[in-house]
Design a protein around this ligand. Structure first.
Ligand SMILES: [Ca+2]
Length: 299
């Protein structure tokens, strides 16, 4: 059993919603709390609360977290396109912000709780800065973010490079699925809507409605299930081949701000950091999509 906190920018891209739904249908995962991050994190929290309500899990605390990156400047502003007025009344249970909810839950259960990070890392950086105990007490952070095989400014890192830098230098055990291993995890959007609607349950109708909203803002590609990977790996580590690497985050470069990079100490350079991240080199796309279908679509 993995006790987890989910830190998410649900409401922007659609994969957060679908990945969290897979987690809700996974007996191997016990969700202790959900924190949201990104512009209008309060509305994102309402989407998460509505999803939990449909699964009769209203007791799980949801906390709205940071709205802007640590620098205060948003490189891209993304409002939660999946939010609708019918979600306005969903309560957000926690009275503390996202970082403080993480701190509270993790410090109450030292070494027990893994954080699944599927948005910008602002809440995590705030938790690290506010609580030295949090760094020692969190079991692991497993995240979707970065690009480890080429030069690319991946969204979750570039949304808050300073926060990612703090996390990557924290010493907390990290596992990362980068953009390059996610891109074949595709799901046809029209097929997804049709499949969800055909189930006729309230939960699946909710998914269908939010997928349609996401589609209506002009997303011209299939669903890519980036954020399903961290959950899938917690359930079954054999779904990825990973390698421990020394990864740092570029925070300053004109063209490279927000890139993750690894340096090899070819000549024993002392400034190269210790290995800090288990980087996924490959994943089993077919088995992860099967896992999603087994858990979400056949229930
Ligand atoms: Ca996400």
């Amino acid at each position: 059993m993995n006790r987890i906190i989910i830190d998410t920018d649900i409401g922007g891209d659609i994969d957060d919603l679908l990945a969290i739904t897979m987690a809700l249908n996974s007996p191997e995962l016990q969700i202790e709390g959900i924190t949201t991050v990104g512009m209008r994190s309060d509305l994102r929290a309402k989407i998460a609360s509505a999803l939990l309500h449909l699964y009769h899990l209203d007791h799980i605390p949801v906390a709205a977290g940071a709205q802007t990156p640590l620098s205060g400047e948003c490189e891209r502003e993304e409002y939660p396109n999946q939010y609708g007025e019918e979600l306005a009344d969903f309560p957000v249970v926690s009275e503390v912000d996202g970082a403080d909810l993480m701190i509270r839950l993790v410090n109450k259960a030292p070494g027990e709780i893994t954080i699944v990070a599927i948005g910008a890392m602002t809440n995590l950086a705030l938790a690290i800065e506010r609580s030295p105990e949090f760094i020692r007490n969190v079991k692991e952070i497993i995240l979707m973010g970065g690009e480890y095989s080429a030069h690319y400014r991946e969204y979750n890192i570039v949304s808050d490079p300073e926060a990612a830098d703090i996390l990557f230098r924290s010493g907390i055990p990290l596992t990362a699925a980068g953009l390059e291993v996610c891109l074949d995890l595709t799901y046809d959007t029209d097929q997804a809507v049709e499949t969800f609607l055909s189930h006729g349950t309230e939960q699946m109708s909710f998914l269908a409605r939010l997928v349609k909203r996401w589609q209506s803002v002009g997303v011209n590609r299939p669903i890519i299930m980036f954020d399903a990977i961290p959950f899938a790996l917690l359930i079954d580590r054999s779904l990825a081949v990973a390698e421990l690497r020394s990864v740092q985050v570029e925070t300053k470069g004109e063209h490279t701000r927000g890139m993750t990079y690894s340096m090899k100490p070819h000549f024993g350079e002392s400034h190269v950091s210790q290995p800090n991240v288990h980087v996924c080199l490959s994943i089993d796309d077919v088995r992860i999509m099967d896992m999603f279908a087994d858990r979400v679509l056949r229930t």
